[in-house]
Every structure is written in structure tokens, then in C-alpha cells.
Design a protein. Structure first.
Length: 194
């Protein structure tokens, strides 16, 4: 069984913070691969700032091309909307039985985990790797962190956000150091986020 971490996100756009985190997990856990699962646009929400699915997937593929243990996944593009993590995991288990999937999530998501669809099943059947985040609200020793399947890793907290990057692009500011070079080139000269 190949241990594979699933990093879900809109990646709008993917930035170096995502790569730093995925690389840290690969180097400091038993994960053998990290898959970046690009979340599709919710058809019920109008999000003007969200690039079309295929553009975000293209950028993730470009960003990962020099990282053999990381790969882009468009698995949620063909699943019913809205996507629920538990349904995606069930589908991936059936399609890739040789992989043992773990979930990668930010510490801020622990607060809402109990509200996720089939949260108990999710926690019982999957390893969850939690990375630290600075977030509004009280940081506390979360009860979930006592669970055998949930572990907090000591990854660096990268204070980079895709929202901030989009705002900087819109304002005509230089975002080159924040993006993988291939992603910068993809966006440079386009009208994306402007």
C-alpha cells in the first residue's frame, strides 16, 4: 500500500506555501506521495475570483512537474456537486486500492470537522495530518488531537494566502516570489485575477 496524502483546495492560484507544506509532509511523515485535489467551482455559488477548473488544474500540474512525489488530481471534477470529502475518499479507495489515503488539513479546520458529512467514519478510517495555521479565534488543545488517527505536525506556518496574491495581482504588484516560476509565467500576460 502506498501511503498518499490528499491536499484538498481551490488552489486559486497554487503558491509556494502549498509546495513548502507538501514537501515538509513528504520529508517528515510516512507519506510517500501527496496529491493536490483541485476542488471544482460550486455551481450554486457565483465566484468571480475563482478561475475555471481547468486553469487551476493546469497551474497545479505546472507547479508540480519538478516534484515526482506530488501530483495533481481532478478527481472531484467528475463527482456529484457539492463535493464531500468522505465521498471523494470512497471513490478514490475503489479506483486506487493500492493506495492508503490520508487527509491533510489546516488546524483551523478542526473546529468544523464535527459538522463534516460522516465525520466519525472519516476519522475512524483515515489518518488525518493537521498542519499549524494562524487563524482568528482561540487556539486550544483540540479534543480531536487526542485521537489515534489525527496528528499535528510541526510544519512551518506559511503566512501566504491565495486571496492576498489575487489582490496584489489586481493592484499590479509583483507576486513573482510567491508563486512557482511556471505559475507566474502562466499568469503573467494573462488577464487572470485582474
Amino acid at each position: 500500500m502506498k501511503k498518499t496524502g490528499l491536499f484538498f483546495g481551490s488552489f486559486n492560484p497554487i503558491h509556494i506555501g502549498h509546495l513548502i507544506l507538501a514537501n515538509y509532509i513528504l520529508e517528515n511523515s510516512d507519506m510517500e506521495e501527496v496529491w493536490f485535489v483541485v476542488s471544482p467551482q460550486n455551481p450554486f455559488k457565483e465566484k468571480k475570483s475563482l478561475l475555471k477548473d481547468h486553469h487551476r488544474l493546469d497551474m497545479v500540474q505546472l507547479a508540480l512537474k519538478n516534484y515526482p512525489k506530488m501530483r495533481a488530481s481532478n478527481v472531484e471534477f467528475s463527482l456529484p456537486q457539492p463535493s464531500y470529502t468522505i465521498d471523494t475518499l470512497t471513490y478514490l479507495h475503489e479506483k486506487f486500492p493500492e493506495h492508503l489515503f490520508a487527509l491533510i488539513m489546516g488546524e483551523d479546520n478542526l473546529e468544523s470537522l464535527a459538522k463534516w458529512k460522516n465525520a466519525d467514519t472519516l476519522i475512524r478510517n483515515h489518518q488525518i495530518i493537521v498542519y499549524p495555521r494562524n487563524f482568528e479565534g482561540e487556539k486550544k488543545d483540540h479534543e480531536y488531537l487526542q485521537h489515534d488517527h489525527i496528528s499535528l505536525i510541526n510544519a512551518p506556518v506559511v503566512e501566504l494566502s491565495a486571496t492576498e496574491i489575487r489582490n496584489m495581482i489586481k493592484a499590479g504588484k509583483n507576486v513573482r516570489p510567491m508563486l512557482p516560476p511556471e505559475v507566474f509565467d502562466y499568469l503573467d500576460g494573462s488577464s487572470f485575477y485582474k
